[in-house]
Unconditional design. Sequence first.
Length: 395
Amino acid sequence: MSIRDVYIVDAVRTPIGKFGGALAGTRPDDLAAHVVKALVERTPALDPARVDDVYFGDANGAGEDNRDVARMAVLLAGLPVSVPGVTVNRLCGSGLEAVIQAARAIALGDASVAIAGGVESMSRAPWVLQKPERAFPAGHQQLHSTTLGWRMTNPRMPAEWTVGLGEGAELIADKHGLTREQQDAFALSSHRKAAEAWEKGLYDAEVVAFPGVDLARDECIRDATSMEALGRLKSSFRPEGGTVTAGNSSPLNDGAAALLLVDEEGLRETGREPLARVRTSAVTGIEPQLFGLGPVAAVRRALEKSGHSFADLSVFELNEAFAAQALGCLAEWPELDPGIVNPRGGAVALGHPLGASGARLAGSVAHQLAAAGSGTGLAALCIGVGQGLALVLER
């Protein structure tokens, strides 16, 4: 059986809203439907009925994104009811996992045209209540927030594996001797690059505003922040001696992203020039408390499979869950030129709507390769509970 080439024809995303911000009033299934609809409308030559499957990442799925949000997006977007949809969960890597699964289906001949993306509304993530162990309990019951992190943890899990995400970032800072000043400087750079990218119109080709919502730009970018302002923030996770703050961490966010993937036949039907070609991917595991270093091995494995090295990369989109996490990964890739990493800003500034972030990264790499006209790009994320995911694209 021959392996087919897989092309990314287009990629879109919403502006990313802040927690409780402009997109907080919008359901996640509506966010997902919006990017699916926008993606199809931007390729009018393609019959929507030709979409063989829709893959969507979603990290929580505990609220309005329940019952297979990918299928809900298909129906709400007005695609033919014959178009199926499947929702995948690899926590923070869910959106990129969706892209990889769609690409794999096309490469194997199971599909010719697919949509892949991700969505998350952290603002609207509900509280959940466990069923009582026996009927008619008289006592109070505990609600669990599904916004982020560990909940209803299995007591058999070792305590060191179930530390909070912020403490995991502190552990990486300890491991690599990362100072508060280094982390704040990284965060400041992320905001400045993001603000400059928006000012230059570099996001115009991929961002599609949600109708009726007054949000034209990613909501968490702080153009006027400074080292002084960041330095005034208190440590968020360690009362004494901590270095990780709200200012050098990614915020809580809402948003969605989607990509159109095709084989050669599908490409001809779109009548468009592809942004990029999918090359290889890789996933790896690591100790859960060091989840932030998950991309280290995944990136090396993906590059090795592609026949490329760090020197071949022209752009690298690395999710910035925390400045400490991103800096820790960079410290373990001494061959990598840090100047090519997140040239348009990263998640510390843009935001990190969990299930959508991986699709945003892949779409951003594809658009940057198309703008350059050639090159090799890579998208990668760390994943809670200790995983790393990477995707290599070429043009």
